[in-house]
Ligand binder design. Structure first.
Ligand code: KG4
Ligand code: ZN
Length: 340
């Protein structure tokens, strides 16, 4: 069965055709990053206008690459920017009506949880899911497709948001995650002591304290007055130290969840799962703890429609929460919930 996935919840317009939930036949991603970069964050009005401009050509290219007509359409209905979500939903419904195909509404976070399925063909629930994106940080006991127990989430900034905010403090532009990832390679992660908020006794996360420590450090040391070479090294050291703190908390909490639930596999998803230090630290520690850890390919870590088509397929074949009569509803703050 071929599912056309459509994703437009934030600043990527994407369309993909996936066969039987796992085999990607096409995956086109148009990123609006350059349009938002001057504003150091996403401007919702620009995002929805760009989606309107690009969505038809992105979908038609995805269909061209996959050759045959799809059997169903899956579209992100939340969480995300309301105007951007509406563009995807209206397009999906128009195509569904025109071609007489079922249209399945998909939760974007749930799609990130299962995005590693597209790389690890043998991965099946149960597993511990870790979603680390620009807006969310969730640790989830994934019991089955559509059956979840949320263990913990962030109490303040999301992991990706903290990367973006620290990058902003350092003048590294938007989005900050890739820039910090890159610069950290030149820095010493032990040079600058930063908090590692493990929040022991709770599965929740809190990243705003690390960001505030960076803010005070910059006020104290004032890199603007350093010589260029000194400033460059200092910035790289701050990046490496900050990244090490966030990564340690994410890795150790996920491994502890795997140990406590006696589920020896973890699937990580969301933009921050592209981070090289997170991947390498997870690989080392998971081996030590005899836990298997799965990641999507770096391209499928950030927003894409292949993950939407994949989870849409599972919703369709289980016939749970899929293709109800009447129009879909978009929900900008849609939580992860069990399929009914
Ligand atoms: O999942 P995503 O593409 O969009 C949301 O659903 O939010 O995640 C975007 C977030 C941004 O905060 C971005 O800075 C972060 O993912 N990110 C990274 C990396 N690549 C993207 N964070 C750390 N290291 C990276 N390599
Ligand atoms: Zn996302």
């Amino acid at each position: 069965m071929r599912v056309l996935g459509i994703e437009s919840s934030c600043d990527e317009t994407s369309a993909s055709v996936v066969e039987d939930g796992r085999k990607i036949l096409s995956n086109l991603i148009y990123s609006q990053q350059k349009d938002h970069a001057p504003f150091r964050g996403i401007v919702p009005e620009i995002a929805s206008r760009e989606h309107v401009e690009k969505i038809n050509s992105v979908i038609s290219d995805a269909l061209k690459n996959s050759k045959e007509k799809p059997d169903a359409i899956a579209v992100t209905v939340g969480p995300g920017l309301v105007g951007s979500l509406i563009v995807g939903k209206m397009t999906a419904e128009a195509l569904g009506w025109m071609w007489g195909l079922p249209v399945i509404g998909v939760n974007h976070l749930e799609a990130h949880v299962f995005s590693a399925l597209l790389a690890a063909k043998d991965l099946e629930p149960p597993f511990i899911g870790l979603v680390v994106s620009g807006g969310h940080t969730d640790l989830i006991h994934v019991q089955d497709y559509g059956a979840y127990k949320i263990l913990g989430r962030t109490r303040d900034d999301a992991a990706g948001e903290s990367f973006d905010k620290v990058a902003n403090l350092l003048g590294l532009g938007y989005p900050g995650g890739p820039a910090i990832d890159r610069l950290s390679k030149e820095g010493d992660p032990k040079r600058i002591p930063l908090p590692k908020p493990h929040m022991r006794g709770s599965w929740d996360f809190s990243f705003s304290g690390i960001k505030t420590s960076v803010l005070y450090l910059l006020k104290d040391r004032n890199p603007a007055q350093m010589r260029p070479a000194e400033r460059q090294q200092f910035t790289a050291d701050v990046c490496a130290s900050f990244q090490a703190s966030v990564v340690e908390v994410l890795v150790e909490k996920s491994l502890l969840a795997a140990k406590r639930t006696k589920i020896p596999q973890i699937a990580v998803g969301g933009g921050v799962s592209a981070n090289r230090e997170l991947r390498s630290r997870f690989a080392t520690r998971a081996k030590e703890e005899k836990v298997k850890v799965h990641f999507p390919s770096p391209e499928l870590s950030t927003d894409n429609a292949a993950m939407i088509a994949s989870i849409g397929y599972y919703k369709f074949i289980t016939q749970k929460g899929a293709a109800k009569p009447g129009p879909l509803r978009v929900d900008p703050s849609l939580p992860i919930h069990n399929w009914s």
